[in-house]
Design a protein around this ligand. Structure first.
Ligand SMILES: Cc1cc2nc3c(=O)[nH]c(=O)nc-3n(C[C@H](O)[C@H](O)[C@H](O)COP(=O)(O)OP(=O)(O)OC[C@H]3O[C@@H](n4cnc5c(N)ncnc54)[C@H](O)[C@@H]3O)c2cc1C
Length: 477
């Protein structure tokens, strides 16, 4: 490692790779150092259960990748990435055997929502028709001069609510309320907490504007495409290189860390000014997750037909049940009837399992650091809406919060978003600044999902960190 590089990136998650690609696009020499033996961080696939069954260890469904202003302009399809769109992005089964469905079309979605059809259109239409401009506004630090202030203000008026206040003021019937609850619960916040509505609005709008696609062959294909693009631009990647301290990083004009504040404190804490160190020490992590990957003998026998055509299924039931489950986590209890996020890739991508067999990807939220075994509770929730599900299970692979963190040190206590995304930490992530990627150390940046815009596979944290590096260091003089 004696060669000098313009930029070194520590960590090869989607943000690390996006940062590396952006810097390599400017013809800089770039090296990515990855601690694990495989690249990709939260975007990797593997045969977790049985031979021939390819499971996504972390991310599975990628509206944010397709909606990302940076990733979507990269020629990733030329490097093997192929997006598959399920018939329906999302279904949410309800007690009684029916389901609320998020279709690609707002009109079709609304038409199914009976008394809430007009309200649904009112909530989402404006957002969807201005998605491109809005995505650029909120997929960056909130502290910035907006290019579309009126659009952003109109979105903010709705988004800064809790999902419970938005839903109770707009929707009357269970299907629309439950559908919105499931979308908003991706926030890892209580539904009564602000700004959980923002997550519901963004994920719903993404479903209508770009869809909730999955990559053919598994999420690893996103990573491989980014890595291939990086190499085609001259970038290098080295695995099995876990960085413990700043001194181990080869000298470079810019070093970007795809790690969370707790790890950065270990790596560079002794060099950081006290005030910055104290701010990072106060950074808060969110709830963790418990995940099960299933190998199945047949598709899941959902009672509601719509669930058999959806890529993602939100399994919990009514608005109140989702709210109850998410409240339990903040009371420190693993929920009795968890809100289960489930993806069923093989309904649309048969390459992921042997002929006629299937996989399912499911997780639920649990308190940070919880090691409680949620297997029975997750199985029971699915069985409740798909009687006979247990009979289809050939094998399970389970991960609690400890396994998650062992798999990837960024998943602190099982937090998959790089830190709690409440109002405070959406604005100050990890510090209050228009360039929170910069650290007080010259040429050293943070580029992980602990920076804006936060969790998800969009690469925008890496993109903005690379822009900051290009501006401050590489284009100086
Ligand atoms: C179970 C699960 C399900 C998810 N589902 C989805 C989904 O369906 N859709 C979606 O959009 N998002 C999903 N996410 C979130 C998404 O995966 C993350 O937000 C995203 O991967 C964050 O990217 P990142 O680059 O910031 O960090 P990561 O992807 O976590 O990558 C960080 C990388 O840095 C490496 N690293 C850390 N410390 C060091 C060190 N000291 N030295 C060297 N290397 C180091 C790690 O090994 C890792 O490879 C999911 C996450 C999980 C865990």
């Amino acid at each position: 490692m004696s060669k000098a590089y313009d930029a070194v990136i520590v960590g090869s998650g989607p943000n690390g790779l996006a940062a590396a690609v952006r810097l390599a696009q400017e013809k800089l020499s770039v090296l990515v150092l990855e601690g694990a033996k495989t690249i990709g961080g939260g975007v990797r696939s593997a045969e977790l259960t049985l031979p021939g069954f390819t499971h996504d260890i972390c991310s599975a469904i990628h509206p944010l990748a397709l909606g990302s202003p940076f990733l979507r302009q990269l020629p990733l399809e030329k490097h093997g990435l192929h997006w598959i769109h399920p018939d329906f992005p999302l279904a949410h089964p309800l007690p009684g055997g029916t389901a609320a469905v998020l279709h690609r079309s707002i009109e079709t979605t609304a038409a199914d929502l009976g008394p809430d059809a007009d309200a649904y259109k009112k909530v989402f239409s404006h957002l969807v028709s201005h998605w491109d401009e809005l995505a650029c506004e909120f997929l960056q630090p909130l502290l910035h001069w907006p290019r579309h202030p009126w659009l952003l203000a109109r979105f903010g008026l709705k988004a800064l609510h809790s999902s419970s206040s938005l839903a109770s003021s707009r929707f009357r019937a269970e299907p629309a309320r439950a559908l919105f609850a499931g979308l908003a619960a991706h926030s890892f916040l209580r539904l009564e907490e602000r700004p959980s509505a923002a997550f519901g609005l963004v994920l719903g709008a993404l479903g209508h504007s770009v869809g909730w696609p999955l990559p053919k062959g598994g999420s690893q294909c996103i990573t491989e495409a980014l890595a291939a693009l990086l190499r085609s631009l001259g970038g290098e990647i080295k695995t099995n290189t876990h960085i413990e301290h700043l001194d181990e990083v080869p000298l470079a004009r810019a070093t970007l860390f795809d790690v969370t504040p707790r790890q950065f404190l270990k790596i560079a804490g002794d060099r950081l000014p006290t005030s910055y160190r104290e701010r990072l020490q106060k950074f808060r992590y969110g709830p963790g997750i418990f995940k099960i990957d299933y190998a199945l003998s047949s598709p899941i026998p959902w009672k509601a037909g719509a669930c058999k055509r959806a890529g993602t299924v939100h399994v919990c039931g009514t608005w109140e049940e989702v709210a109850f489950s998410e409240r339990a986590i903040f009371a420190g209890k693993p929920p009795e009837r968890p809100f289960v996020l489930l993806a069923q890739p093989t309904l649309f991508d048969p390459t992921r399992a042997p002929a006629g067999k299937h996989i399912a990807w499911a997780y639920c939220h649990v308190p940070n650091g919880s090691t409680f075994d949620m297997t029975e509770r997750i199985d029971a929730q699915i069985e409740r809406f798909a009687p006979g599900f247990r009979d289809c299970i050939l094998a399970r692979h389970r991960m609690n919060t400890t396994h998650m963190e062992q798999h990837n040190p960024n998943l602190v206590g099982g937090d998959i978003n790089g830190g709690l995304a409440d109002l405070r930490q959406l604005i100050a992530r990890p510090i209050l600044s228009s360039t929170p990627y910069r650290t007080p150390l010259p040429g050293i940046y943070l580029c992980s999902s602990s920076t804006p815009p936060g969790g998800g596979v969009h690469g925008m944290c890496g993109f903005h960190a690379a822009q900051a590096a290009l501006k401050q260091i590489l284009h100086k003089s």
